[in-house]
Design a protein around this ligand. Structure first.
Ligand code: SF4
Length: 369
C-alpha cells in the first residue's frame, strides 16, 4: 500500500517578493506562491490562483492572470518573472508518434524532451540535467558529461509546453517519464519539487502512478525516495546480469553493485507496494542470449516487477549492435516462460534521434567524449 509521507515545507525568505531583485515563480510550490501573494498584500489563496495560471493554464505573462487586479498584475510583473523555455526546435517523426523538443535555456544550454503518442496515452520523456555524469556506454547523453542540474521550473516547463501543444489539438498529457537527459536521483531536490508541481490537481494533474522516475542505480537516491518520497513509479536501468559486464557498460555499478542495487529496489517496492520496472537495453552478442534472460529472471524473480526490453538504438561512435528479431523474441519468451512480464519497447522517434539513449545536445564549450 502506498504510504505517502507528509513533508513539511518551510518557505525560504527569498521566495517572497520582499527584495527588489525579480524572483522566478516557475518552480515555486503553492505554499511559496501564497507567500509571494501575501508580500504584495494579496490574500494567501491568490497564490494558488497564480499557481493555476502558471502550471495549469501555462500562461507566460502576468497580463493573462485576469482574476487579479491590474494593479497587482503590474506589481507582480515588476517584481517577478515566469520562466518559459525557448523552443529552439520541434521535430515530429514521419509516423507522427514522437515529437522531439529542443529547448534552449537562459544560459544557452540545451536539453531535449520527447512526446510520444500511443493509443490514448500521451507520454512526455522529461530531462532532469543538462548532460549526465554517469557515462553509460550505450547512451549519447552520457558522452556530454554533466553540465548542470535543471531547476524545478525548467523541469516543469517541459511539461507545461507539451500540454500547451497537446491542448491545441484537443488532447492532454497523461504520463510523464523522467528518462530524458540526466540521472534524476542526482538532482532529487529539484526533481521532487517538480513532481509535486506536476501532481497539482489545478496544475498538470499527473498522478504519481503516471509519473515514472528512471534511475541508472543511484542507491542513496533510491533510499532517500523510499524514506521521503515522492513515491512515483520506479524504473531501474539494469541492462546486465553480472557485475563484470555492468561495470563495463554502466560505471555507476562499480560504486553500487547489482546485489546492493536490488536490495535498495526491494526496499522501495515494499514501501510503495507497486511493481518496479526493469529496463534492459539489448546489445547484440553482449547481453541478449537466452542464458542472459534466465540469469535476469534469477536476479529479479522475487521482486514484483515487469521488464522493458529495449533493443539498442544506434548512436554515433559506439560499436554496439542491435540484436536480430529472433534473438529479441527468444529473450522475451524466456522471461515470459518464468511467468514474468516482459515487453519489447521499440523506441519511438529513432528517425529523429529521439529514441532511448539517443538524446544529445552540443553545449557551448563542451566536447563530445
Ligand atoms: S543512460 Fe541515463 S544515467 Fe546513463 S548516461 Fe544516459 S542519461 Fe545518464
Amino acid at each position: 500500500m502506498c504510504q505517502l509521507q507528509t513533508v513539511k515545507h518551510t518557505v525560504p525568505a527569498d521566495k517572497t517578493l520582499a527584495s527588489m531583485s525579480p524572483r522566478e515563480l516557475k518552480g515555486m510550490l503553492p505554499e511559496e506562491l501564497e507567500h509571494v501573494a501575501a508580500s504584495i498584500d494579496l490574500e494567501p489563496y491568490r497564490g494558488r490562483q497564480i499557481a493555476q495560471w502558471i502550471y495549469g493554464y501555462g500562461v507566460r505573462s502576468f497580463d493573462a492572470m485576469t482574476n487579479l487586479s491590474k494593479a497587482h498584475r503590474r506589481m507582480l510583473s515588476e517584481r517577478a518573472t515566469i520562466l518559459s523555455l525557448d523552443e529552439a526546435e520541434v521535430v515530429t517523426d514521419p509516423s507522427g508518434q514522437a515529437t522531439k523538443y529542443l529547448f534552449e535555456l537562459s544560459d544557452g544550454r540545451r536539453v531535449e524532451s520527447v512526446l510520444m503518442a500511443e493509443g490514448d496515452r500521451r507520454t512526455l520523456c522529461v530531462s532532469s540535467q543538462v548532460g549526465c555524469p554517469l557515462d553509460c556506454t550505450f547512451c549519447a547523453t552520457g558522452k556530454m558529461g554533466l553540465i548542470r542540474n535543471l531547476t524545478a521550473g525548467e523541469i516543469v516547463d517541459q511539461v507545461v509546453v507539451a500540454r500547451r501543444h497537446l491542448g491545441e489539438v484537443g488532447e492532454d498529457l497523461t504520463n510523464v517519464v523522467l528518462m530524458g537527459m540526466g540521472e534524476p536521483l542526482l538532482n532529487l531536490p529539484e526533481v521532487s519539487r517538480a513532481i509535486r508541481i506536476m501532481n497539482l490537481d489545478y496544475g498538470p494533474a499527473i498522478s504519481r502512478r503516471r509519473i515514472t522516475l528512471s534511475t541508472a542505480g543511484h542507491v542513496p537516491g533510491i533510499e532517500e525516495l523510499t524514506r521521503n518520497g515522492p513515491h512515483v513509479m520506479l524504473a531501474v536501468s539494469l541492462n546486465a546480469t553480472t557485475d563484470a559486464f555492468r561495470n563495463k557498460i554502466m560505471p555507476i555499478n562499480r560504486r553500487w553493485s547489482i546485489s546492493v542495487l536490488l536490495e535498495a529496489v526491494k526496499g522501495y517496492q515494499r514501501a510503495f507496494g507497486r511493481y518496479v520496472t526493469f529496463e534492459y537495453v539489448l546489445l547484440a552478442g553482449q547481453n541478449d542470449s537466452v542464458e542472459h534472460a534466465r540469469a535476469l529472471v534469477d536476479l529479479i524473480r522475487d521482486i514484483p516487477c515487469k521488464v522493458n526490453v529495449i533493443p539498442w538504438n544506434p548512436i554515433d561512435g559506439e560499436a554496439f549492435g542491435r540484436p536480430s528479431e529472433q534473438r529479441i523474441e527468444a529473450f522475451v519468451e524466456t522471461i515470459a516462460a518464468a511467468q514474468m512480464t516482459a515487453i519489447v519497447r521499440y523506441s519511438k522517434g529513432t528517425d529523429i534521434t529521439a529514441g532511448c539513449g539517443q538524446l544529445y545536445q552540443a553545449s557551448p564549450g563542451v566536447e563530445r567524449r
